[in-house]
Design a protein around this ligand. Structure first.
Ligand code: WT7
Length: 663
């Protein structure tokens, strides 16, 4: 760590927003924390009232742990709130500004967005989709992805977006778990100058078996280069061209009247057992949470251009590319491709060209930018920016300060936002204009959210935030959320027991997030990473079990143990320790093949950085692999406590071999 940063941290220096920022901020009064804490239900009700409802609710919140319902009896439609009400009030305001990786751009006003969403909604109806059905979406990060999501919402079909980097198997598993009737895809997308052949991957998923899929709607983005032809495909009876089917629809499609608690979407996220969890979000609560947080955390206003770099395949894209900003009538920037294509200044060029005012990205990207060097941001005009956000993993103070200085020009507040797919919306963050920030801390819970730091057995509860009962500095614990909030997941699709077990059984009646956290003496929260078997690789959640299962599905692998090893850029990198079956030789060729195998099974994001072939793995007497020791080995640390090992010599010899191989 550099000296200046050391000094900053020792001084525990606060960054306060500039008076100019405070003067115009949506949230400028610190009393919001107090009033929300005194009456969280009333606080949330106030935000829900700013949405458009077809019928009012009779009860704000009903909490029967572990289940909560919000705005009971209320009727609304998410697409109406994100599109129609703005199309009526401000038809010519820009809703989406899209830039493709090749440099093509497209702008949609709210009036145009309403027409397109309605046409796609009518197309889905023609393909047989009705209220209560599910649709899976497997698309590149193009405007049509947001349009497809909103079209589902419009007709009351739940969407499940599967990230375009996932494999055919992952797509198949998610599509079938959600029992999606229709898949919406594109022939392909662009990534680092190459075509990602999405339609071909969909065809592979269909080959693996998606019995309930009746139709596949294909947006033609790439054409011939995508290598897929709807007419000659082995699945051509299922495939429908977007140009044709959407093209012939009317732009008039009434919004379905949805109950507040009706399904809006399912989004799959990694779980400790390896099987992805279908996280369920419903309409009224989710929209209220994303609406309120977008307004207060990003300070979103009419003339902002909000650039959230996350793909809509992740929850960040759902909440802060689509639902939150559009519910606010904001303008979002969607970019399809990689940050280093054609050069490492691509984000900065985009910001300069479109005059983006808000940038929301991940620490892993920020660390890559730092490594690439200042020449890239410095050759572009970033003066349009006025607010910066970070999400996905703990941001190290060095990256925080670099981001603030070199991207924010020292003038933009930085909000480090902690949340999860399950929480639907931001839970811990600074409020720009109000909360003095400290580099590396996500600061305080969002108003109306009560977070505690809890020791094992539930002892030592301390509450975070400005009303903090003050922690013991430096003492960590588990992050627990004390009472329900509107955008809380309503459960795991098809698996109610797992929902209860994962989030509500460690500390009964409280939501257990799976993260470690430290509270300082000013009530500030410092996130410490996951406490379970979930890795955070470049801000993406991947379970060790998922990668282990992929490895052992290869004929050469007898046993595998996977750990997240700390990595300069990615936060964590995947390291695998593998025992081979008899008859297989530990060659470099095999290691490469295993890496490819995992990428093929799950997707490129799960490809291990290194695979170490070993003769044995450290196990307890009951046969549990001690991953903690493998982490010590991979990170080159002295071995922790080995007394519970069945054979303590295993790990020391493993360490020697590993170090020999590394050097
Ligand atoms: C996990 C949730 C929510 C958007 C992206 C990830 C980690 C997320 C932060 C942050 C420290 C963070 C946590 C959390 N995480 N944001 N600002 N500081 N850690 O969603 O895939 O559901 O992952 O990401 O460990 O539990 P997700």
């Amino acid at each position: 760590m550099s000296d200046t940063i050391q000094t900053l941290l020792q001084e525990n220096r606060h960054f306060s927003p500039s008076p100019e920022f405070v003067a115009q901020a949506n949230a400028s009064d610190v009393s919001i924390y107090e009033s929300a804490a005194a009456d969280p239900i009333g606080f949330w009700e106030g935000w829900a009232q700013r949405l458009d409802w077809f019928e009012p609710w009779h009860t704000v919140c009903d909490f029967q742990p572990p289940h909560a319902k919000w705005f009971l009896g209320g009727k609304l439609n998410a697409a109406f709130n994100c599109v129609d009400r703005h199309a009526a009030a401000t038809p010519d305001r820009r809703a989406i500004v899209f830039e493709g990786e090749p440099g093509d751009t497209r702008t949609l006003t709210y009036a145009q967005l309403k027409d397109e969403v309605s046409q796609v909604a009518n197309a889905l109806k023609e393909l047989g989709v009705t209220k209560g059905d599910r649709v899976s979406i497997y698309m590149p990060m193009i405007a049509e992805l947001a349009i497809a999501m909103l079209a589902c919402a419009r007709i009351g079909a739940g969407h499940t977006v599967v990230f375009g980097g996932f494999s055919a198997e992952s797509l198949q598993e998610r599509t079938n778990d959600a029992k999606a009737k229709v898949i919406i895809t594109a022939d392909g997308g662009w990534r680092r100058g190459n075509v990602v052949p999405l339609l071909k991957i969909v065809e592979d998923a269909l080959d693996l078996g998606c019995p309930q899929v009746e139709k596949v709607l294909v947006f033609e983005r790439i054409g011939e280069k995508a290598g897929a032809d709807l007419a000659v495909s082995r699945h051509s009876h299922l495939l429908e061209s977007w140009t044709e089917v959407v093209g012939r629809q009317s732009n008039d499609c009434p919004c379905e009247v949805m109950d507040s608690e009706d399904l809006l979407f399912i989004l799959y996220t990694s779980g400790s057992t390896g099987k992805p969890k279908g996280i369920v979000h419903t309409t009224g609560g989710y929209l209220t949470g994303t609406f309120a947080t977008t307004k207060l955390v990003f300070d979103l206003k009419e003339d902002d251009l909000h650039f959230c770099t996350a793909d809509c395949g992740w929850v960040t894209g759902h909440s802060y590319v689509v639902y939150g900003p559009l519910a606010n009538g904001g303008t979002v920037l969607m970019y399809e491709g990689a940050p280093d294509t054609p050069d490492k200044d691509r984000f900065w060029k985009i910001i300069e060209k479109h005059k983006a005012t808000i940038l929301y990205t991940a620490p892993t990207a920020i660390r890559a930018f730092m490594k690439w060097g200042l020449e890239y941001p410095q050759r572009c005009d970033l003066s349009s920016l006025r607010l910066l956000g970070s999400v996905g993993e703990p941001i190290n103070p060095e990256a925080w300060i670099w981001y603030q200085e070199h991207i924010g020009g020292g003038r933009c507040p930085v909000v480090d936002t902690w949340w999860q797919t399950e929480t639907g919306a931001i839970m811990i963050t600074a409020l720009p204009g109000i909360t003095p920030t400290k580099p590396g801390s996500a600061t305080w819970p969002f108003p109306g959210i009560k977070i505690s730091v809890v020791g094992e057995e539930g002892v030592g509860v301390t509450v975070a935030g400005p009303q903090s009962t003050h922690g013991v500095p430096g003492v960590g614990g588990y992050l627990v959320i004390e009472h329900p909030w509107p955008s809380m997941t309503r459960g795991i699709y098809n698996d109610p027991d797992r929902y209860e077990k994962t989030y509500w059984s460690k500390f009964p009646g409280k939501y257990f997030a799976g993260d470690g956290v430290k509270l300082d003496d000013e009530g500030y929260l410092w996130l410490l990473g996951r406490v379970d078997d979930i890795m955070l690789v470049a801000g993406h959640n991947i379970s060790t079990m998922e990668v282990e299962s992929a490895l052992v599905s290869h004929p050469s692998v007898a046993e595998a143990a996977v750990i997240g090893k700390s990595h300069e850029l990615k936060g964590q990198a995947i390291s695998a320790f593998v025992i081979l079956r008899g008859g297989f030789e530990p060659t470099d060729g095999l290691v490469d093949e295993l890496k490819k195998h995992v990428a093929h099974k799950i997707g490129a994001i799960a490809r291990p950085d290194d695979i170490f072939i070993s003769a044995e793995l450290p196990k307890t007497r009951s046969g549990k692999i001690m991953r903690r020791l493998l982490r010590d080995v991979a990170e080159g640390r002295a071995l922790g406590d080995t007394t519970t090992l069945a054979d303590p010599t295993v790990v020391s010899s493993l360490k020697t071999q590993y170090e020999d191989k590394e050097s």
